[in-house]
Design a protein around this ligand. Structure first.
Ligand code: AMP
Length: 370
């Protein structure tokens, strides 16, 4: 930490939560000798995962604010953006705008943001699930947009003001804005559904979008932070980060199969189980007295098993569990024993390029398989 500065903010421009703190610093005009911004990667702490950094912020995340003298509660490291923001609003109360720390609507938006939006936001840019409580990127993306709509519903459609809670900037503006930079940058990359209605839900809702465009246009600090974040995100783009992200750069463009016709109800099938994530139906050309196929409803690259990535861990587990349930189901006649087969690729005998588990039973099976 710099000896000359009263506080150090460990942050870099791509940090979404750090950007809320920078908005406060810039708008209040808090000088560098009060709060100095330092990249944790370029500091003596040695990066987010160093023991020194983790001792101050056990989450290993940005931002982190350290103070040169401990507060009355003995705290000299604040590793959480809302608490940092509120600390700065109180510490520099007389400087610049207040950010309405006691405004209920502002506090509600900030809280909803921190509880329900940022917790799943990683679905737009992180390589690996889970994203908050969601195991699949599609579920997390749908939830993220639902939570944007929850916040949008709180906004006044007739308001002509630049800010979310009236004519003055609030903590809600500072909290939500960086996430909206992320959402506007990333959401348009994603195609999650051929169903137009579902796909159309994947967007920034109208009132939030109007606020977002206006605040960039009318407020220099928000425009500055928008440029800081966007520049950092452009470097992610240059590194082809989204090429490896399912539904963004990595999309299932393979031809549809006969199983899509079954899923869409265009051709009949004897359906055994219709689950939100999979369909189980009888094989039209059974290879055993009992022969049921289980397919994921959302193929999402799984034309073949060997295309599976960490994005598919949940569906693969769900399909296997379903196979076990079928073998165990007294009404389906397997009697608690069966052979579960996945033909992966042409030489293994795969004919339909939509992942499916064969659940075979009702006779004995030899080994090795032919
Ligand atoms: P695979 O050879 O592993 O790709 O398995 C494809 C399976 O799909 C075969 O066992 C077929 O009998 C089965 N199949 C193909 N068309 C249908 C259909 N319309 N309804 C039910 N099963 C089908």
């Amino acid at each position: 930490m710099s000896a000359a500065s009263k506080h150090t903010l460990y942050d870099v421009p791509v940090s979404n939560n750090g950007a809320r703190v920078r908005i406060i610093l810039y708008k209040k005009g808090i000088p560098e000798n009060e709060v100095k911004i330092v990249s944790p990667f370029e500091s003596s702490l040695g990066g987010l995962k160093s023991p020194e950094y983790l001792a101050l912020n056990p989450q290993g995340k940005m931002p982190l604010l350290t103070t040169s003298s401990a507060s009355a509660d003995g705290i000299s490291a604040i590793p959480e953006s809302d608490t940092i923001a509120r600390y700065l609003l109180s510490e520099y109360e007389g400087l610049g705008p207040s950010f309405l720390p006691n405004n209920v609507k502002s506090n509600l938006i900030a809280r909803l943001h921190d509880m329900y939006l940022t917790t799943v936001q990683g679905c737009m840019y992180k390589a690996t699930p889970p994203f908050g409580p969601f195991q699949t990127r599609k579920d997390a993306l749908l939830e993220y947009c639902k939570q944007l709509r929850v916040i949008d519903d709180l906004l006044d459609s007739s308001s002509a003001s630049t800010y979310l809670c009236g004519d003055e900037v609030s903590l809600a503006d500072a909290t939500l804005f960086p996430s909206l930079v992320f959402a506007n940058y990333m959401l348009p990359m994603f195609v999650i559904s051929s169903n137009k209605e579902e796909q159309d839900t994947l967007c920034v809702p109208t009132k939030l979008n109007t606020w977002y465009q206006n605040i960039i246009k009318n407020d220099d600090v928000f425009s500055r932070v928008h440029n800081e974040i966007t520049k950092a995100l452009d470097s992610w783009n240059d590194n082809k980060r989204w090429d490896k992200i399912l539904h963004a750069g990595l999309r299932d463009n393979a031809p549809t199969t006969i199983f899509d016709k079954i899923l869409n109800g265009d051709i009949p099938a004897t359906i055994v189980k219709d689950h939100p994530k999979y369909l189980a139906f009888r094989d039209i050309n059974p290879a055993a007295p009992n022969h049921i196929l289980i397919i994921p409803k959302d193929r999402a690259l799984l034309t073949h098993l060997h295309y599976a990535t960490s994005d598919h861990v949940e569906i693969l587990g769900t399909l296997l569990q379903a196979a076990g349930e079928i073998v165990n189901d007294p009404e389906l006649g397997y009697g608690g024993t069966g052979r579960i087969v996945i033909n992966d690729g042409g030489s293994a005998g795969q004919e339909v390029f939509h992942l499916h588990l064969h659940v075979l039973g009702g006779r004995s099976f030899s080994w090795p398989p032919g």
